[in-house]
Design a protein around this ligand. Structure first.
Ligand code: ARG
Length: 463
């Protein structure tokens, strides 16, 4: 007999049991479910719906079940639908009809909403800390290579020289905003739905504030229908994760490009690469590729749940059971990506000379030469044209800017003087970008100092 079997005249079709069961994935919420039930039970005793004795017997039973689950002793069965039913059934088995009192003033609708909130709060904390872990690796690699100059790109064409450390710290900043988004998400996960009942609230004199306090929630849902209907806090996590993965995929793309023979700027450690089954010479950046690839499933999860939730009438609908797999998969995916990327980044070998040569062998100091003329009084639009013509000349002659003589320069503009050529030295080019947020070593050092504080603060984030 099902726990809800009273009004039914026959049993459920086996296929239907299998089709509707969620326990094979929502058993992951067992800890939260028991925690929520214990708090609910304590509250029921406090308001006098249960006696102190009843409450402590139920709690004792729940604690034993928690142990059984931890030891893998609770058998999961499709006919018991979900983790809530498994635990309740087991409780009744253990302590008798008293176990049936646990579900007083509660519905599975507010119960599952509660479990999801508790679960997400915990996983947001884990996510923020893992972001801090990757940020730490970025800081370490940036500090180790503070003054390494490399070409900066727009349109994947060499644009202006930059510091490698500046490039890394761009990703630090993106991750910082990602972490802020997750922390903000925490506020919406930190609202307690329990006490909403199935949808309309309950006739029992419950004390929702007390349950919220026991479970460490900052506030409670003010509207019972809202409490059981929405999954916006889950969607927010999926959306934040999608943005995070977008960032990681771009970083990975940079790493993949840089480690190719064509760029040859970095070497990813052997421990983070794999080989080819046919080509003996190959060393492939599979980890970075997989992170890039897994971005697809995280976006997919976001669209999955957005589509599930679209147009659902209030309040709870069974469709919403489909919120779990995309969320669990996303939590697993983004956390695994962050976990594997942190040591990968920390162990990157930087080929400073290759980067430097790349900068010296291109025209990426052209803007600085134009700025030079501006400092001599020429309007920027003019100087842009002059240097453009000079570059065209160099390309014809097969010369680099630094190989052009002063006489040649002066044919393009009489404003060029001897010091024009010194502004072409890569480190000078970089040093000149002293304005706030630029790539000069002093700016990057400044940001690194701030970044270390932001990183440390998140390592100890507790929600
Ligand atoms: N397994 C269900 C879910 O995840 C729990 C809530 C079930 N509620 C219901 N009325 N059938 O959504």
């Amino acid at each position: 007999m099902k726990l809800w079997g009273g009004r039914f005249s026959k049993g459920t079709e086996k296929k239907v049991e299998e089709f509707t069961a969620s326990v094979f994935y929502d058993s992951r919420l067992a800890e939260e479910d028991i925690r929520g039930s214990i708090a609910h039970c304590q509250m029921l005793a406090r308001v006098g719906v249960l006696t102190a004795r009843e409450s402590s017997d139920i709690i004792k039973g729940l604690e034993e079940i928690r142990q059984e689950i931890r030891q893998g002793k609770l058998e999961l069965k499709a006919e018991l639908e979900d983790i809530h039913m498994h635990i309740e059934k087991r409780l009744i088995e253990k302590i008798g009809p008293l176990g049936g009192k646990l579900h007083t003033a509660r519905s599975r609708n507010d119960q599952i909403a509660l479990d999801m909130h508790l679960y997400l709060k915990r996983e947001i904390v884990n996510t923020v800390r893992l972001i801090a872990g990757l940020q730490k690796s970025l800081i370490l690699l940036a500090e180790k290579n503070l003054l390494v100059v490399m070409p900066g790109y727009t349109h994947l064409q060499r644009a202006q020289p930059i510091l490698f450390s500046h490039h890394l710290m761009a990703y630090f900043s993106m991750l910082e905003r990602d972490a802020l988004r997750f922390k903000d998400n925490y506020k919406r996960a930190d609202i307690m739905p329990l006490g909403a009942g199935a949808l309309a609230g309950t006739t029992f004199p419950i004390d929702r504030e007390y349950t919220a306090e026991l479970l460490g929630f900052a506030s409670i849902y003010e509207n019972s229908m809202d409490a059981v209907s929405d999954r916006d806090f889950v969607l927010e996590y999926l959306s934040n994760s999608s943005i995070l993965m977008m960032h990681l995929s771009r970083f990975c793309e940079d790493l993949i490009l840089w480690s190719s023979s064509e760029f040859d700027f970095i070497e990813i450690d052997d421990a983070f690469c794999t080989g080819s089954s046919i080509m003996p010479q190959k060393k492939n950046p599979d980890v970075a590729e997989l992170v890039r690839g897994k971005t697809g499933r995280v976006y997919g999860s976001l669209f999955n749940l957005l589509t599930v939730m679209k147009s659902l009438p209030l309040t709870y609908n069974r469709d919403m059971q489909e919120d779990k797999e995309p969320l669990f998969d996303t939590v697993d995916t983004i956390q695994a990506c962050l976990e594997v990327m942190a040591p990968l980044v920390e162990n990157i070998t930087v080929k400073k000379d290759k980067m430097k040569r790349a900068v010296e062998e291109d025209f990426s100091a052209a803007t600085d030469l134009a700025d030079y003329l501006v400092n001599k009084g020429l309007p920027f639009r003019e100087s842009h044209r002059v240097v453009g013509e000079l570059v065209a000349y160099c390309l014809d002659e097969g010369k680099l800017l630094k190989e052009v003589s002063l006489e040649e320069l002066q044919e393009f503009s009489p404003l060029f003087e001897k010091d024009a050529l010194t502004c072409l030295v890569p480190l000078k080019v970089v040093e000149a970008r002293k304005a706030r947020g630029g790539t000069s070593p002093e700016q990057v050092k400044d940001y690194l100092e701030k970044a270390k504080n932001m990183q440390r603060e998140k390592e100890n984030y507790t929600g």
